[in-house]
Design a protein around this ligand. Sequence first.
Ligand code: FO1
Length: 316
Amino acid sequence: MALIAEKNIVVFVGGVGGAKLALGLQQVVAPEHLTTIVNTGDDFWHYGLRICPDIDTVLYTLSGRVDPINGWGLSDDSTIMLETLRSLGEDAWFTLRDKDLATHLLRTKMLREGYSLTDVVGHLAKVQGIQPTVLPMTDAEVPTIVNTVEHGELEFQSYFVQHRWQPTVKSLYFKNIDQATMTDSVRQAIQNADIILFAPSNPWLSIAPILSVPGMRDAIIARDVPRVAVTPIIQGKAVKGPAAKLMGELGYDVSPSSVAAYYEDVLTGFVYDIRDENVETYDLKTISFDTMMLTDEDKARLAREILIWLNEREFV
Ligand code: FO1
């Protein structure tokens, strides 16, 4: 049975870490009350295909088909196409595996036919048997550009995969974001939300693109409901990926407090990890839980703990 039956929950997510909390929520929230809004700044064109890594990570995770080792891609997938591409002399640095390729082919075909990314994601979710709503943050193409010391400006996947997030980051921007618009689906989900969560995704790389869609930040802040982020930083380290390294390079103290401060007035509450102490968050409501999500039980437990906390009188 759903934990907080009548409340509408919106969760903003990036890739692997965000998908884990979305899976936890899927286990404890009735599907008609759960909406996951996903970063698309990581999306790119590659060999003529539209690749949306964070969206696919969420869809594969929620449908129980994600590769458990990497946290992205499909489990039990093969690399025949990739090896063949390499045999043709290509530097195929992005791991497009064979079964996963079907998703990129179908998405690209539908986009070329004129469907919006929101339509495509809705279709892909439906055919994978996913019941909660999954929405891209916008239908526009707004690639994250990483300005690095060593290589100048890089598109996100080139920074992240090709260069293994080793270049030193000077700054970031989201190309064409000023022309992007919020979709009606995203606007309605936020307007109907009783609880707004920010998954433990990278605030600068995964959540900032979402908050930068014109109107998004104001729409969120306008909601007089709990707006709570879960820390991606535990004991000065990122659970996965470049968050800690990036924070240092951008001049932030690598701590949960810096994450909370970065979100500014977007948040009313903050969840930090039980392994950290004395987390200063000014006037936010805070609580600590075990935020390491290693198993599916961990994911459901964390989702349940957050929702129970938010259902307490002080937050309603
Ligand atoms: N991440 C990697 O580190 N290396 C890859 O070759 C790679 C391929 C890939 C293919 C499809 C997909 O959906 C995701 C993929 N990812 C890969 C993950 C992705 O680059 C990142 O996890 C996200 O963009 C960061 O959130």
